[in-house]
Structures are given as structure tokens and as C-alpha cells.
Design a protein. Structure first.
Length: 120
């Protein structure tokens, strides 16, 4: 705890922001898992397809971290962060316009849900 006393307000704010961001993502994941059956029923898919999509999205997290980590090491943190924010927004809009579950799955689960935010 003594190490935190010597830190600036910016360090504390970054720590709190990181913790709150992680908490929000964990809560979102928890809600999706708990409501998996209701989600599957709403979009007329078997539960196993939704569970598979959740597993695949979690598998993409290290892929995004690797890709954007390498890009950030080479070009700095700001360009990949800006790319991720724009990409995330575009994919979110496209997922809302998706005509069916398969198209939405490609947009949301594989691309936007895990590998893009792991770069931010």
C-alpha cells in the first residue's frame, strides 16, 4: 500500500479506470452466460451454438492482444487505439444491420467482441 501513496493522481485514476473497465466486461460476460438460453430462444438458435460463440470469442482475446500489442510496440499506443475505437464502432453498427444470426455472429462475436477491445 505504501507504493500507492507515492503515485500521482494520474496513476490512481488509471488504476481505477482499468479496474472499472474490467469489472464492466466481467459483468457483461456474466449476463450473457446466465441468459444464454433466453438469447438462444430469441434468435432461434440452439444453446450449443451460443455457447460455442462465447468460447470462440474468448479465444480471440489473446489474438487481439498479440496483434495490437505488436502494432503498439512498433508505432506507439495511440494509432492502434484510434483504429480499434473506429473499427469497434463500425462493426457495432454493422452488427445492428445484420439480417440473421450468422452475419451477426461474424460481426459481433469474432471481430468486435474480443480481439478489437483487447487492442485498446
Amino acid at each position: 500500500m505504501n507504493n500507492l501513496q507515492g503515485q500521482s493522481d494520474g496513476h490512481r485514476a488509471a488504476l481505477v479506470a482499468g479496474f472499472l473497465g474490467w469489472t464492466f466486461v466481467a459483468f457483461d460476460f456474466f449476463l450473457v452466460v446466465v441468459t444464454l438460453t433466453a438469447i438462444a430462444k430469441e434468435i432461434h438458435c440452439p444453446d450449443k451454438d451460443i455457447a460455442l460463440s462465447i468460447a470462440l470469442t474468448l479465444g480471440f482475446r489473446p489474438v487481439g492482444a498479440l496483434i495490437f500489442g505488436l502494432i503498439a510496440d512498433r508505432y506507439g499506443r495511440r494509432p492502434p487505439l484510434m483504429f480499434v475505437l473506429v473499427f469497434y464502432s463500425v462493426i457495432e453498427v454493422l452488427s445492428g444491420l445484420a439480417p440473421n444470426y450468422a452475419a451477426s455472429w461474424c460481426c459481433v462475436h469474432c471481430l468486435e467482441s474480443e480481439w478489437a477491445p483487447s487492442g485498446a
